[in-house]
Design a protein around this ligand. Structure first.
Ligand code: BYC
Length: 308
């Protein structure tokens, strides 16, 4: 088969809903798009440990500390699954990590915001993991097998994460006036950045058309953002917290919650590296990498000794 026939064959497979596996023929562009998206996702999990890691030593009880510790550890695991899945596309993890550590790779905008109070642990689980579930439930049906399979397990764990976050928020929202204020303040700060997690509007999204044609993404950025809003508004009402958007209103005809204008200038500013915490996040990851050098060397030496 020539290249044209191979492409037609590949697209026919996608059309039939077949799953593409690492050794199957794929267009170079499909491979590159997956490496881009999956590595950004792996980096997000890896950097995403930092805002919550910041509160492990200050959790208000032993139970909360154990749960948060387990959650942050899960995020590291998610990073590992997705780095491994990305390696099936013929790229080395070391190269991907280098790109993260030297600041040339992207990771989710959301992790460039600071976690200022204990209530942020609730809001991150509720909003950030909640948004991730909406996005990743779709990605579990993605056309690339290793990515889709990683998403199934990740989504199961994210469901626990979301519940632990909502539980923290429910406790605070039903607590003292001060606790309720703390919960509301966290909701006010994390709401808009959470909506930005889904990426630019469909009109402004350069990659969506190609990714949807090849069923890497099954739903568009705007469709997923809307689903997240529709799911979250009733949850906020149930705990008597207000979402910081005066334009939120239910459209009785469509059944969807309409929402106000997203500050896209802020989004682009954050993904260009100028968000409130971009520099600190990269610094923390670089320091951790340096501090872990002796562990990597020891592990390699051990493996060498015992494999010989
Ligand atoms: N942040 O054409 P578009 C977690 C970039 S972690 C930064 O729409 P696409 C968790 C985009 O990359 C889970 N950059 O792109 C962990 C592109 O730039 P390049 C995080 C963003 O790929 C710890 C440009 O903007 N989830 O759950 O079609 C604790 C144009 O965008 C963002 C994932 O990573 C953003 N928010 O769609 C708690 C999901 N949005 O590459 C929780 C996997 C867009 O052309 N990724 N950009 O230079 C995806 O689903 C898709 O890649 C996106 C973007 C929806 C994010």
């Amino acid at each position: 088969m020539n290249e044209e026939q191979k492409l037609a064959d590949f697209e026919a497979r996608i059309e039939r809903g077949e799953i593409i596996e690492p050794k199957d023929w794929m267009p170079e562009r499909y491979r590159r798009q997956l490496i881009r998206m999956m590595s950004q996702h792996a980096h997000s999990e890896y950097v995403g440990m930092l805002p919550e890691g910041n509160w492990i030593t200050r959790a208000p009880s032993l139970r909360r500390k154990m749960v948060l510790l387990a959650k942050v550890q899960d995020e590291a695991g998610h990073g590992l699954y997705i780095y491994s899945a990305t390696e099936t596309l013929g790229i080395d993890r070391k190269e991907l990590l280098d790109q993260l550590l030297n600041g040339t790779a992207k990771y989710s905008s959301i992790f460039n915001y600071p976690s200022l109070s204990w209530a942020d642990m609730g809001t991150i689980g509720w909003f950030v993991d909640g948004a991730a579930i909406v996005n990743q439930t779709m990605l579990a049906k993605s056309s690339y097998g290793p990515y889709a399979r990683a998403m199934i397990r990740i989504c199961k764990e994210e469901n626990f994460h979301k519940k632990q976050g909502y539980e923290i928020i429910t406790t605070l929202a039903n607590g003292t006036a001060e606790q309720k204020k703390m919960a509301q303040d966290a909701v006010n700060r994390w709401w808009w950045p959470s909506l930005m997690m889904f990426g630019p509007t469909d009109k402004e999204s350069p990659n969506s058309a190609e990714l949807m044609k090849w069923k890497v993404k099954i739903k568009s950025n705007d469709e997923l953002r809307q689903r997240f809003v529709d799911l979250t508004v009733p949850q906020a009402k149930a705990v008597n917290l207000t979402l910081p958007d005066p334009d939120l209103k239910l459209n009785e005809e469509t059944g969807h919650w309409e929402f106000g204008h997203i500050n896209w200038q802020e989004f682009y500013n954050v993904i260009k590296g100028n968000g409130p915490m971009n520099k600190e996040r990269l610094k923390a990851r670089n320091e951790a990498f340096e501090k872990g050098k002796w562990v990597r060397e020891a592990a390699l030496a051990y493996a060498k000794k015992h494999n010989n």
